[in-house]
Design a protein. Structure first.
Length: 298
């Protein structure tokens, strides 16, 4: 066959999203595929409302949507997703007229330059100085031993055990900082957006697992230092999951140590003895949104 002047699948990697254009005659056979048979990513995102008269189907998604994955290399940020073609069954279940197909898609972004096409407006400090300061922050999340004295050598647990997790940030020449954990998510696969998915810390610092029955999950008081945060989570597994692995992803954030904790910067555990949310620092009012589920975002 003569090659089509337009590719079957075209990708445009934009600043915050990607656009995928799929030719309806995907395989060049003259038999167009249906828009409903196409989806993007493991989350099966549908295309934009298709026009049957057009020869193309278009997908537009943010870089982190549709179950995409991110790989960080020394020079690039690489977002990966997949275009899926899953043909509908024919009227006769004994025959197959089409087979499924997968098209891998990647967007590469350089780490050593400003991706945005807009101008960088200076704030109180030159842009280069601001980036330099941010690069000196080093975040870590570790499983600790029973005495919190060193990192745990084994990552194996039994139901009934407690996970001792310690989050830290180190900085070079930065103003004193206080560390917070906005969210921690457990999944059965490395993809933090996969299902099943359990957010045991959520709402910008509410340890929601501490409210579950028969758990001792809690933030540990006092902190060893402002830039460290310790918390206990009772071991668990997903119901019906035959695997024995859990992947934990947490979003860590800092605020100036001199700034008082507030609804945006908090570490709250539920006390079963009092029936109230208790802050690690600050007044009880900063935890009130843990009950309402409408905590403000910074």
């Amino acid at each position: 066959r003569a090659l089509s002047p337009q590719p079957a699948v075209a990708v445009r990697c934009q600043e915050g999203q990607l656009a995928v254009t799929v030719r309806r005659d995907l395989f060049g056979t003259g038999r167009p595929v249906r828009a409903a048979e196409l989806s993007l990513g493991t989350a099966s995102c549908p295309p934009l409302s298709p026009n049957p008269a057009q020869a193309f189907v278009t997908f537009v998604a943010a870089l982190h949507e549709c179950g995409s994955t991110l790989q960080v290399t020394p020079d690039s940020l690489i977002y990966r997703t997949t275009l899926f073609y899953k043909p509908t069954r024919s009227g006769n279940p004994l025959i197959v007229r089409a087979t499924p197909a997968e098209v891998p898609i990647e967007c590469h972004y350089p780490r050593r330059s400003n991706v945005s096409s807009g101008a960088v407006h200076p704030t109180w400090a030159p842009f280069r100085s601001t980036v330099s300061a941010e690069e000196r922050l080093r975040f870590s999340l570790r499983l600790m031993d029973d005495e919190w004295s060193r990192e745990r050598l084994s990552n194996g647990f039994q139901l009934g055990d407690s996970l001792r997790l310690q989050a830290d940030v180190t900085s070079e020449g930065h103003v004193p900082l206080r560390l917070f954990v906005d969210q921690c998510v457990a999944t059965a696969t490395p993809d933090r957006s996969s299902s099943p998915r359990y957010a045991f810390i959520d709402l910008g610092g509410c340890l929601v697992d501490s409210r579950a029955e028969d758990t001792g999950s809690a933030f540990v008081s006092p902190r060893p230092r402002p830039e460290s945060l310790r918390f206990l989570v009772d071991a668990f597994k997903f119901a019906g999951d035959v695997g024995n692995l859990l992947y934990i992803s947490c979003h860590l954030r800092v605020s100036p140590a001199a700034q008082a904790p507030n609804p945006w910067n908090k570490a709250c555990s539920f006390s079963k003895a009092s029936g109230l949310w208790v802050p690690l620092e600050g007044t009880a009012a900063i935890c009130s949104c843990c009950d309402t589920g409408s905590c403000p975002t910074p």
